[in-house]
Design a protein around this ligand. Sequence first.
Ligand SMILES: *Cc1c(COP(=O)(O)O)cnc(C)c1O
Length: 356
Amino acid sequence: MSRFLCKRYENLEKYVPGEQPKDRKYIKLNANETSMKPSPKVLEVLKSERMERLGFYADPDAKELRLAVAEKYQVKMEEVFVGNGSDEVLGMIFLAFFDETAKIAYPDITYGFYEGFAKSFAIDGKAIPLKEDFTVDVDAFIESGRHIILANPNAPTGYVLPISEIERMAASDPDRLVLIDEAYVDYGNETCIPLIHKYKNLIVVHTMSKSKNLAGAHIGYCVADKSLIDDLNGIKFSFNPFNMSDISLAIGTAAVKDSAYYEKCAKEIIANREFLSEELRKLGFQVLESHTNFIFVTNPSMYAKEYNQKLREHGILARYYDAPRIDNFLRITIGTREEMEAVVEATREILQKLAA
Ligand SMILES: *Cc1c(COP(=O)(O)O)cnc(C)c1O
C-alpha cells in the first residue's frame, strides 16, 4: 500500500477468483465457466460491420440491451440496469444503497464477494449461518432486521429456495432491501423477477458469465423498481457513463435474444450434471442435489483437499475452499459430457490408487 492510498480503503478485501493457470492445458472446472460456445448469433455480431465503428462511444443508456432484457422478462426498460458482469452491478448496488450506517446480512457459506465488498467499504455485514443441512435459515434473515443478500440458487452448495421464501423476506419489511443474485437461475429454476412489481424493495441480479457462455465478455444486469434503477444510473453516470463497451452491448443483446440456443445448452448441462452426480455417487461420494452448473461433493474415504490436488495432477481443475464447515467439500463445475467422463475416469484412478 502506498502512503497515498485513501484511508477509507485501508481494509480493502480482494476477492480471490478461481485460478487461471497457463502452465499446461487443463480441463477447467473451477470457476463455473464453460468451454461451450456462445450463441452463433453472438459470434455473428462480432464479425459484423458494427465492429468497424468502434471509433465511436457506445450508447451510455445501453438502451438496446436493457430493452432486450426487459422484453425477455416482461418488465420495462426503466426497470433494468446493466453493467460489466454482475460483480459491477453488485458493486453499484452497494455504492448506491449501503453506507456506514447500513446493516446487511448474507449466509456464512455463499459467494465470497458479498462479505468482501462489506469489508472493503466498512459496511456492517453479518454472516448468518446456513442450517446444519446447508439450507438458508430464512427466519433468521427476517429476524435480523438487516438488508438481505442471497444467491439463489446458492453457491457453492447448489441449493435453491422456493420463490415463496423470497417473497416472505421481501414482504417482511418494505424498508429492507432484498438482493437476490440469480447467477444460476437458468439451470432449471424459476426467476423471482416478476415479484419486482409487487415488492419495490426487491433487486434481482443476473449474469451472462454462466448460462450465456460469456464469462470472457463479463456482462450482467439487475431488475428492480424504476426508482432503484434510477439511483443506480445516477451512480453510474457520475463516474463511468460509458461503463459498457459497444462490443458488450451488441453481443449481450444477441445473447438475450437467442433463448432457444441457451435453453439447449442449459439442458445439456443439467443432463451432464445428473450424469456426473450419479457416477460419483456410485464411487462412494456424497453429492449435494444441485440446481446449478456445478456440484458440491464430499467423500468419506478421501479428504477434499487431497482429491482436488489429485484431480489437478490429472489435468482437471476444481474449486476447493479452505473455510469452516466446507473444508471437506469440493466444487466441480459441470462441463461437456467428455469433460465429465474425464472427471469420472480420473476419480476412478485416484480411488484405486488410494485403496492399493
Ligand atoms: C459467478 C457469480 C457471480 C459473478 O458473475 P459476473 O457476472 O461474472 O461478475 C456473481 N454471483 C454469483 C453467485 C456467482 O456465482
